[in-house]
Design a protein around this ligand. Structure first.
Ligand code: ATP
Ligand code: MG
Length: 424
């Protein structure tokens, strides 16, 4: 026997047992996003490496150590996408879709980062993301956050997540602060851990994002970007938070929130939960006013977010709610001479009642075996097709989960009967 091949480390399968949760999440997100006017966009998993190195920033985790990059057969450096925003900006520019302001798009799919696999962190993971172009805010910032809040509500996890908000100001304010922070951290260099010391010259702001508990008191004491913001940036933040208050969306000001990617300006935010251990951020995003220009386009502002589907599924899983979709009906074929008729009848029922979940017995078997399968399928009821009933134009209906008596239903009325008697 040959050896079984296993999946790559950090690249999990999504198995049928979990699929209903994923489908619930993705269908709910699609409905909410489209109700706010977002159109779906899908971009390739593989892109030129330069697309990501240009926008994400050289001194970020992603570019430093997480990219899946390789030369294709033609010698061109290509990369599996580590995130969605760069590709969306590329596609919008490439197809001339940014002429009219207010374009709203959303995407969904796998992303790839070479990280240390652990709970809530894998090498292939999935994001649902939204992006808006051409609107400088803060109205759209507020609407985007309201949309995410609406999604948590629709998913039934609103009580498990909270919103953390900050402003990174304009690129100039950010740059000045960066220098200031760098100088301050330099004076405390002996208190920095190895990771942070390495980042001191390349990306000092990312040090504020460190998860190392030993670093927290130093981070707490470090100068805050928010205190260095000018009037305009402060106003943007105050207008945004005033709208959030009016909409009764609770938020917390987290002055240490800086986000990992280089392209953020002004509004940045994270939705976090305390229920998933260390990897508690389920959705993160912000404003990226310079990004379109960085990609060779006009100066068009943008804002967006990406949520981690694995972490949201984990939250849904804790709710113990049953998302699985059992069949309504299991069709038992009492006599194998009726196999053809059973399939014809099944198709007829499916055509008339598209929402009916019908499993017809396949592969024959004794009545006992078929009843066992019917029971295991969790169907609400069994339809039993036998030769006598067929001759009389009837079918026997037997409830599998309740004590009701079995009945004979005329085939001509079966569709209606099911509609009236089945739940959900
Ligand atoms: P972290 O600081 O935890 O590495 P990040 O800043 O790299 O997060 P983003 O790039 O903002 O994360 O991605 C948005 C969301 O996608 C995250 O909040 C998280 O929910 C999810 N996510 C990111 N990386 C992973 C991963 N490796 N595995 C699972 N989910 C992830
Ligand atoms: Mg990361």
């Amino acid at each position: 026997m040959s050896e079984k091949i296993q999946s790559l480390r950090g690249m999990p399968d999504i198995l049928p047992v979990d699929a209903p949760l994923w489908q619930f999440l993705e269908q709910t997100a699609a409905a909410v996003l489209s109700s706010y006017g977002y159109a779906y966009i899908s971009t390739p998993l593989l892109e030129p490496t330069a697309l990501f190195t240009r926008s994400i920033g050289a001194a970020t985790d992603i570019i430093e150590k997480e990219m899946y990059s390789f030369d294709d057969r033609n010698g061109e450096s290509v990369s599996l996408r580590p995130e969605g925003t760069a590709s969306v900006v590329r596609a919008m520019l490439q197809h001339g879709l940014l002429q009219t302001p207010g374009q709203k798009v959303w995407y969904q799919g796998p992303m790839f980062r070479y990280e240390k696999p652990q709970r809530g962190r894998s090498r292939q993971f999935h994001q649902i993301g939204a992006e808006v172009f051409g609107l400088p805010g803060p109205d759209i910032d507020a609407e985007l956050l309201a949309m995410s809040a609406r999604l948590w509500e629709s998913l039934g996890i609103a009580g498990s997540v909270r919103l953390e908000l900050n402003s990174l100001g304009s690129p100039l304010e950010r740059q000045q602060y960066r220098q200031h922070l760098h100088d301050w951290l330099k004076q405390h260099e002996s208190d920095l851990d190895d990771d942070s010391r390495r980042r001191l010259d390349t990306n000092p702001m990312r040090i504020l994002d460190s998860k190392n508990p030993d670093m927290q008191s130093l981070i707490e004491a470090a100068p805050k970007l928010f205190e260095h913001l000018g009037d305009e940036s402060r106003q943007h933040f105050e207008q945004l938070t005033a709208i959030l208050d009016a909409m009764q969306i609770p938020w917390q000001h987290n002055q240490r929130l800086v986000r990992g990617l280089d392209y953020y300006t002004h509004t940045v935010f994270e939705w976090v939960t305390d229920e998933l251990g260390a990897q508690g951020t389920v959705c993160a995003g912000g404003r990226y006013d310079g990004l379109v220009e960085l990609h060779g386009g006009p100066a068009i502002p943008g804002i967006g977010f990406a949520m981690g589907e694995e972490r949201l599924v984990a939250l849904l899983q804790q709710q113990q709610e049953d998302f699985s979709q059992q069949p309504h009906v299991y069709l038992i074929i009492a006599d194998q001479s009726l196999q053809q008729q059973a399939l014809v009848l099944s198709e007829q029922l499916r055509r008339e009642h598209p929402s009916l979940r019908l499993r017809a017995n396949m592969g024959g078997g004794s009545m006992r075996a078929q009843f066992k399968r019917a029971d295991r399928s969790q169907a609400q009821l069994a339809l039993i097709l036998g030769t006598d009933e067929w001759a009389a134009g009837e079918i026997t209906v037997k409830w599998l989960r309740s004590e009701q008596n079995q009945v004979a239903v005329p085939l001509s009325q079966l569709g209606n009967w099911l509609q009236q008697n089945l739940t959900d």
